[in-house]
Write a new protein. Sequence first.
Length: 500
Amino acid sequence: MPELRTEADPRRWKALIFIALAQLMVVLDATIVNIALPSAQADLGISDGNRQWVITAYALAFGGLLLFGGRISDLWGRKRAFVTGLIGFAAASALGGAAVNTGMLLGARALQGVFGALLAPAALSLLAVLFTEAKERAKAFGVFGAIAGAGGGVGLILGGLFTEYLNWRWTFFVNIPFAIVAAAGAISVIREPAEGRNPSKLDIPGVILATLGLVSLVYGFTRAESDGWSSGMTIGLFAAAAVLLGVFLLVERTVKAPLMPLRVLTDRNRGGVYISLGLAAIAMFGLFLFLTYYLQIVRGFSPVKTGLAFLPMIAMMITGSTQIGTRLMTRVPARWLMGPGFLLAAAGMVLLTQIDLDTSYATVVLPGLMMMGLGMGTAFMPAMSLATHGVQPRDAGVASAMVNTSQQVGGAIGTALLNTIAASATTDYFKSHMAGATNQKILTFQSMVHGYSTAVWWAVGILSLSALVAVVFVNANPGGPAASSADGETAEDAIPVMAH
């Protein structure tokens, strides 16, 4: 059966610039506020109990509304959703930068999460419908994957610079020029294919169930970190998440126009990508946090120096994505880029388990970060492309949203799980060595480093599992000649890759 083809948009490469700029803004915002948080807390008088909500308010809104945001972009059109998300994110950032009290800051963070949940899936799905030829798709997703992987590190650098030389408010204000340039560029150059929209009525029960379920899940991991895994609140939130998401899946099987068509999830390649990216996020989010603490608290690095310490990793991520992933994706099956990439990153983490009070940055931390960057960049690029490969154009938004959802939920799990492991190992080490200690401060630092190393070993195992999932489940080659999807989509329905 002949496949429908659409003529490539001549301005698609210009569009990529503005899509990438928006993606950078969203990803760096996940970490840039972390470094500025102590300064904001002191300036606004935020209590220790409310401090976590500066991070949690964003995470709950973003993680809970991603599927809804993806469906809205399918319904409205990706360009409209993309521009609306940019304008709203800029307005929320301005509100956060101008905050005069705790409530105003927390409200701004929640609004950032709401508009980020609209913007992120719209950006990725725009790439999916604009770049359909194999080699071009490889290049476009190479750029996108590099930014998705490196944005967190860029956030650490900018957060350090703004906090040390300006003030914490600039970690919010910096989003405004990003958003204005990206929105103006998108309005002028992006031309979305008309046939990509999904005009079906919105699945309201699905929206409510998915949003409440994801919010319960993300908040459950947040409370696990502060209250413990066995607390009544933590267990209750996890139970509620399981029930809500279980009912959500049942509802999606019966409604005519589901929020999340199960055909998107049941494809073995997309399912494998979502799981492997989620596992990778668990490992990476926790590691960023531990290394930041280690460099600043144990080694005494300034916020700027800490941010700059991550710069080589960012450079290697970009190299892995644009020079290795992009060049090999049309020649090598995706699993042989994702699996070895995640394993190389895990090997870099093994080096970082060797840190001590006087570990040399140049001989241990630097090579570990470079290996991680190269591995993650190589793996992220084909994963991002494969997440929307072969999907129906009308489902591109929700398929893209699942990429962000897996990373967001993975990040919440990683922060809570690895922090708990590190805290427990730190306490045990301190108690077991307290009797023979001659210097309490040194013992405290040694206990912290032991806790970090223990948690990083867990991260190594989780990232190795991510590599195994990629090799076992991912069997498609998005750069190869086959354009069909394993979920039963017909050639007419799938995003065109190559004519038969």
